[in-house]
Design a binder for this molecule. Structure first.
Ligand SMILES: [Cu+2]
Length: 411
């Protein structure tokens, strides 16, 4: 009898633990969608495909970016002069920053230290320090619309929409100066570097094809016929095929980046605007500006699920960390006496590999005393698998100011 009661108590404890675990699962990757016409951001739980929060932001949410650790979302208010900064832990705006009139596109540098903001009505590109959240620089660019940064962090390409002088403005991020301008005949729309930086894709108003530019020569090397009004285009790290959002027919066009040939098409909602990919590369999230919803696309099967959001959804970002880790294994680079990224997220069972890309030896020492590495020489690697959910703080015992963490999500 006593044993029986004990057993019942154990079961109660187990239930409590399971409830906690499902709480973790519910906070797995979220998607953030800017609703241009009602000045809100819809938050979707990608596990349930449900809107779990609606966040008021500045007028005309337009450009969006998410930090590498998935903790911060940046949204410009096209009809304002502000940038809203959302903390994804609470799904609230934690700061509104004055950046200049009619801010459009945004992009984070690969190290996450700077956010570049195109300030359309003031003909300039603003640089925001993401730590202090203060503007630190400004570079003149006529009617700047979108901005894309090369994966090596050296260049920013900006679509410049000044009538009669359409161009891609190229900015050297080390000197923060426009170094050249690539003239275009038509108004440039979206423009993106591929994940490996080998190609640069862009679309133009009135042109039914994607332009493929070789960033080494700044020459257009191919065109991908897309149909009426191609808008967003990119080639993501986690997917083998490139993706184009085609507004006229309401489709996602998939293409082979090696040949620039069409692979297939998947129908989505009305007047699709933008696309974000899950970290594992399996699911695309497409905003449908004309039907006030998003299409959740299973890329392998082409099956889509529709989720209603606010009015005129345009941009979308999706938390990447956990999924990306499970697909490719997460990696941390030790360079310049720092761990990068400082927070890396994996799913339980996922691995993290540290590479010493620095000139001196370092350690990976966990505060809880669990398995790390006592000395990692330049060029060496260390991998650890994380089976249990939790936050693992670590540092370098040679240089204790070098601190970082691994966050492990429950599966
Ligand atoms: Cu060190």
């Amino acid at each position: 009898m006593y044993y029986f009661i004990r057993s019942g108590f154990a079961q109660l404890l187990l239930t409590a633990v399971l409830a906690l675990n499902s709480g973790f699962a519910a906070s797995a990757p979220k998607a953030y969608i800017g609703n241009f016409a009602d000045n809100t951001v819809s938050v979707i739980d990608t596990a349930a495909n449900k809107v779990i929060a609606t966040i008021p932001v500045e007028q005309g949410p337009h450009g969006m970016a998410i930090s590498n650790d998935g903790r911060t979302v940046y949204v410009t208010g096209d009809g304002s002069s502000s940038l809203s900064i959302i903390d994804t832990a609470t799904d609230r705006v934690v700061k509104t920053v004055e950046v200049g009139k009619a801010p459009n596109g945004v992009a984070l540098t690969p190290d996450g230290k700077l956010l570049l903001v195109t300030v359309y009505a003031e003909d300039r590109l603003a640089f925001l320090d993401t730590t202090t959240r203060a503007l630190v620089a400004s570079v003149a660019v006529p009617k700047p619309h979108t901005v894309s940064i090369s994966p090596d962090g050296k260049w920013a390409y900006i679509t410049s929409q000044e009538p009669g002088h359409f161009a891609l403005s190229v900015i050297d991020l080390a000197t923060r100066a426009v170094v050249r301008s690539i003239p275009l005949e038509k108004t440039p729309r979206d423009a993106e570097f591929s994940y490996d930086g080998k190609a640069f894709y862009f679309t133009e108003a009135g042109v039914s094809a994607v332009q493929v530019l070789d960033p080494a020569s700044d020459k257009i090397v191919a065109e991908i016929p897309a149909g009426v009004s191609p808008h967003f285009v990119n080639v993501f790290r986690a997917a083998t095929l490139g993706m184009v959002v085609v507004q006229g027919p309401g489709e996602v066009l998939l293409f082979d980046p090696a040949t620039n040939r069409e692979a297939r098409r998947i129908g989505v909602g009305k007047q699709p605007h933008w696309l974000a990919l899950s970290g594992d590369g399996k699911t695309a999230y497409v905003t449908n500006e004309g039907s006030n919803d998003i299409s959740v696309v299973d890329i392998a099967s082409g099956k889509t699920t529709t989720v209603g959001v606010g009015k005129a959804p345009r941009k979308i970002v999706v938390q990447q960390a956990s999924g990306q880790a499970s697909a490719t294994g997460a990696s941390v680079s030790i360079a310049g006496f720092a761990f990068g990224p400082q927070t890396i997220t994996v799913n339980a069972g996922g691995s993290v590999t540290w590479s010493n890309d620095d000139g001196s030896p370092h350690t990976v020492t966990f505060k809880d005393g669990s398995a790390g590495v006592k000395s990692l020489s330049p060029g060496e690697k260390f991998t650890r698998v994380f089976d249990r959910a939790g936050t693992y703080e670590y540092f370098c015992s040679f240089h204790p100011y070098m601190t970082a963490r691994v966050m492990v999500n429950a599966n």
